[in-house]
Design a protein around this ligand. Structure first.
Ligand SMILES: [Zn+2]
Length: 385
């Protein structure tokens, strides 16, 4: 009996140890002036660290609004603000962009270490923060001149026009709208996107990234994730429209914004309906979400507007169809983009005549040329900023 008791005891200890080991998160050391302050929780192979741990270890003031999931804290007398699910970071009301969204897990907020340190370090005057794969090192020394010069470069390049993200709507199990004769929106969108990509690669000195270049299913959130991770300078989502009224026709370009116009809301509802295929059907965008997204994008809203207007103008010059103008509504795919962004509806495949045009490769080439010309003009407006 005694033997069994001892055995049981060992078994319990063994279980306890293995459970605690399994529950242990990855951590990274936080070192200040060569003294180990703490170990900080990390996720995704030490790519993100817990901002809660970081701030409590450094003794920084921290305010969390659990409802809006915003965190405000102070480092070196700078007021820094981050929000769950958003790539923006504000330092004393200047907007910067993290390379990935802030992630909330078990009531802790995780921030992409490298981009956080890059941005914050360039703004602090009396602290320097660096990181390697196992440590974050803070030293309280005045900065050298070299660092200051580097900061100016970062500022200057922040909005440099370098990468265009082309997002062909739908794909795979999601055909998008289906035309009168069975034309699929996903095919039209991909074809025009590829044509556009070719023109840019041939004629412009910018990088292009297609969110998909084949017939595959991509979640809406993944599309902006690709855009943000590639540090896109502009995000163009390409679609074709459909309406129950077969007479509806024409091309239009959308921006994200609070729902105002009934027809625009219907387009957004159709484009957002792919969320059902993603298994998140309950996730409806409220007007409050849209107002928040609009505020978050205020830094580049005028750029999005400028490009949208150019797209409408350039398509209008080249095709006979109706110019339906620039509109705004709650498009989920645009919501997370940390760069100027638009959604182009090339035409109604539910309209017999327009579907026929969209089925012609010549017509799709004209549309791609129009968007390409809009891009060229848009780039020129940036030089004047
Ligand atoms: Zn679509």
């Amino acid at each position: 009996m005694k033997f069994f008791k001892i055995k049981l005891k060992f078994l319990l200890i063994y279980l306890f140890v293995s459970i605690s080991l399994a529950a242990t998160n990855d951590t990274i050391k936080l070192v200040k002036n060569s003294k180990l302050l703490n170990k900080i929780d990390t996720i995704e192979n030490n790519k993100f660290f817990s901002i809660n741990d970081f701030l409590s270890s450094t003794g920084s003031e921290l305010y969390i609004n659990e409802k809006t999931e915003k965190i405000v804290f102070y480092l070196d007398n700078k007021k820094i603000k981050i929000t769950n699910g958003i790539t923006f970071l504000l330092i004393d009301d200047n907007i910067y962009q993290l390379s990935s969204k802030v992630v909330r897990q078990n009531n802790e907020y995780f921030v992409h270490i490298d981009s956080f340190i890059n941005i914050v370090n360039s703004s602090l005057q009396n602290l320097s923060i660096i990181s390697n794969s196992s440590e974050i090192i803070i030293s309280s020394t005045a900065k050298t001149k070299n660092v200051a010069i580097k900061n100016i470069d970062i500022e200057k390049n922040k909005w440099k026009f370098s990468t265009i993200i082309i997002d062909p709507g739908h794909g795979g199990k999601d055909p998008g709208a289906v035309g009168y004769r069975g034309t699929l929106e996903k095919d039209i969108a991909l074809d025009v996107a590829k044509r556009l990509e070719k023109k840019i690669s041939k004629n412009m000195k910018v990088k292009t990234v297609l969110t998909r270049d084949e017939d595959i299913f991509l979640k809406l959130g993944e599309r902006t994730k690709i855009a943000n991770e590639n540090n896109g300078s502009l995000f163009i989502s390409i679609h074709a429209n459909a309406a129950t009224d077969r007479r509806a026709s024409g091309f239009e370009t959308f921006l994200i914004g609070p729902n105002k116009n009934e027809a625009a809301v219907r387009v957004a509802a159709r484009e957002n309906s792919v969320l059902e295929l993603e298994g998140v059907a309950g996730k409806k965008l409220t007007n409050e979400d849209l107002i928040q997204a609009t505020i978050a994008q205020s830094a580049f809203a005028s750029k999005s507007e400028k490009f949208a207007a150019l797209v409408q103008e350039e398509i209008g010059k080249r095709v006979q169809g109706k110019n339906r103008g620039v509109k705004q509504a709650g498009f989920y795919v645009l919501m997370g983009a940390s760069m100027p962004n638009v959604l182009v509806e090339l035409g109604f495949i539910s309209n017999l005549a327009e579907e026929k045009k969209l089925r012609s490769s010549q017509y799709r080439e004209v549309l791609a040329t129009a968007i390409f010309r809009a891009l060229e003009k848009y780039e020129k407006t940036l030089d004047n900023d």
